[in-house]
Design a protein around this ligand. Structure first.
Ligand code: ATP
Ligand code: MG
Length: 569
């Protein structure tokens, strides 16, 4: 705790409630000579989502801050829903977020020890084998307002319990026929203390222990004891486990083993998305998305593929902090953190999403000039590149308007605009498709005295981006929007589900014209298409020389910014 004690005076107000508790606890005799030990305990039954990122940043972050340790532990007590694929993806995601665990464990590593401890509780008269069916067990449990009823099997002798439990393990009884329960209090106001089930009979192949076991520990029986075995000092979990804390404590106390402290915080909810693994699995299985890593998914792998940076997610988790009360965070906060980081790290490039041909009628036919373009105005180290300029160019359709209002400062008949890094051009003629009347080409003249960097006494209000037609590459661009139309997709109304709230236009595929430098970039590269947003080369569907771009996020207020820049150009 040395590191913190030194800085604690200055930092005291900024400690979150968990840090405050931790600092208090380390004053206690129990923790003298120890260092903070936390863990991140995912169940390998799905891919991690942004809510898990909050827990990861919190647990690993605390360990880092206090010079302690953080383990990764797979809570694999539910064999039927767990798979190796999930184990692998979870490790990849934690590492991608920038964290490395001190030790990697599985709850299944502790199955033998848990079994021994179960025998100990039986011997102490604190656990019994119960023959009630699952439905009867539920009935006997009572309700929040009515006490439960004691099981008729509650007072079996220790010898009988030991015998039955060993035979449960040996596979003598069918699935669901018997359970091992802790003998606590069927009248406890907290339902979790009404003789909770510790083991059930379940013949299911386990991804690590194979067919060794036909009884599996329940979450409550496995979790605290796993924490204890690993010497965890602070077991941080989400609020729905607050009511489980008395049971967590009961098991540790009655076994007489190391007793970590459980602290709960509010789980992250984000607007315009769903976050439970069950719902995310449904999106995948029913093919509403292309997979767990679909760039619209709120999974870590989805965000990664979309082009989010680990820094932006860590920063987001930091910014929202931890609290004891539920709230929903606006997804705009996450996007804000993302833009902030991409603004600094992403090179600017030219890409035209909806191309319109511009011909510079007074520009020599065969001429090509190389224009020097700044890669990132936020980062001088990023340098410059050469951008080919020629007689025929593409600009955005939206940057030309035939019947433009007075305040339209882009290209219009007779009007002038500056081409970024190029010249000032003036629109002379509009060529239309004779049958549809659609504008297919705009003919302009350029002013050779206005090349970017020259002293020009003339000012034009607008600057637009472009690509040279003969040099441009055709690429696929995927424009992503929110996956759900409503802020809280789970509130779908009578007889509907969150699926009914999906946005039918969450993906638009277009073909864009981009500057030639872009086709050589490796998958995963993030760039800013000037004035259009941030884009990332898709790591799954891109081919060498044929990148596919994912829109990571739009630019906020891009136009106003460029207006200002254009005038300074
Ligand atoms: P879900 O309910 O989304 O399926 P879970 O809680 O079942 O998630 P686990 O794999 O058990 O998922 O979670 C691992 C850890 O991540 C737990 O400590 C859990 O409390 C935490 N966690 C899960 N979801 C969130 C969230 N939305 N915000 C913060 N922490 C979360
Ligand atoms: Mg869970």
């Amino acid at each position: 705790m040395d590191k913190n004690e030194q800085g604690s005076e200055a930092k005291v107000e900024r400690l979150n409630f968990i840090e405050q508790e931790i600092e208090k606890d380390f004053q206690l005799p129990k923790l003298q000579g120890k260092t903070l030990a936390t863990r991140f305990p995912p169940e390998p039954n799905g891919y991690l989502h942004i809510g898990h990122a909050k827990s990861i940043c919190l647990n690993f972050g605390l360990a880092k801050k206090y010079g302690g340790t953080c383990n990764l532990r797979f809570d694999d007590t539910n064999p039927s829903k767990e798979e190796q694929e999930y184990v692998d993806s979870i490790q990849e995601d934690v590492r991608w977020l920038g964290f490395e665990w001190d030790a990697l464990w599985y709850a299944s590593d502790y199955f033998d020890q848990l079994y021994e401890w179960a025998l100990q509780l039986i011997r102490d008269g604190k656990a019994y084998v119960c023959d009630l069916t699952p439905a009867e067990t539920r009935d006997y449990r009572g309700t929040l307002t009515a006490p439960g009823k004691e099981s008729p099997y509650r007072n079996r002798s220790v010898a009988e319990n030991l015998d039955l439990f060993e035979r449960m393990r040996a596979g003598e009884f069918p699935d669901g026929s018997r359970t091992l329960r802790a003998k606590i209090d069927m009248a406890a106001p907290n339902m979790n203390l009404r003789d909770p089930v510790m083991y059930r009979v379940l013949r299911a192949h386990h991804h690590r222990t194979g067919d060794k076991w036909c009884i599996y520990p329940m979450y409550d029986w496995a979790h605290g004891q796993s924490d204890s075995i690993e010497g965890i000092t602070h077991s941080i979990c989400t609020l729905e486990f607050e009511d489980h804390r008395p049971l967590y404590n009961w098991f540790c106390e009655n076994l007489g083993i190391w007793h970590p402290r459980q602290i709960e915080f509010a789980r992250l909810n984000l607007s315009y998305t769903v976050m439970s693994k069950r719902k995310l699995l449904q999106l995948v299985q029913e093919k509403h998305v292309s997979g767990w890593d679909d760039p619209r998914m709120p999974t870590i792998s989805g965000f990664r593929r979309r082009g989010y940076t680990p820094e932006s997610i860590r920063n987001f988790c930091d910014r929202i902090g931890v609290a004891k009360f539920y709230s929903t965070i606006d997804v705009g906060v996450l996007e804000g953190c993302l833009r902030e980081h991409l603004n600094v790290v992403a090179n600017r490039v030219m890409a035209v999403l909806n191309p319109l041909k511009v011909v510079l009628t007074n520009y020599p036919e065969e001429q090509v000039e190389m224009m020097e373009a700044i890669n990132n105005p936020e980062d001088p180290q990023a340098g410059t590149r050469q951008l080919p300029f020629s007689r025929e160019l593409y600009i955005e359709q939206e940057d030309f308007m035939e019947d433009a209002p007075r305040k339209f400062f882009r290209l219009k008949p007779g009007g002038e605009v500056r081409l970024r890094y190029g010249y000032i051009i003036q629109c002379q003629e509009v060529v239309k498709d004779p049958s549809s009347g659609e504008v297919i080409e705009v003919h302009c003249t350029y002013d050779p005295q206005t090349r970017s960097g020259m002293q020009v006494d003339r000012k034009v209000k607008g600057t637009i981006h472009w690509v040279s037609a003969q040099h441009a590459k055709d690429v696929e661009v995927r424009l992503y929007d929110r996956l759900f139309l409503s802020e809280n997709p789970e509130e779908a109304g009578e007889g509907k589900s969150f699926i009914d709230n999906m946005n039918p236009d969450s993906l638009t595929v277009i073909h864009a014209k981009v500057e030639p430098s872009l086709v050589e970039l490796p998958a995963g590269t993030r760039v800013q298409f000037e004035r259009n947003g941030y884009f990332c080369i898709d790591s799954v569907d891109s081919q060498p020389g044929q990148p596919v771009f994912n829109r990571i996020v739009t630019l906020r207020d891009s136009w106003a910014k460029l207006q200002a820049k254009g005038q300074a150009d």
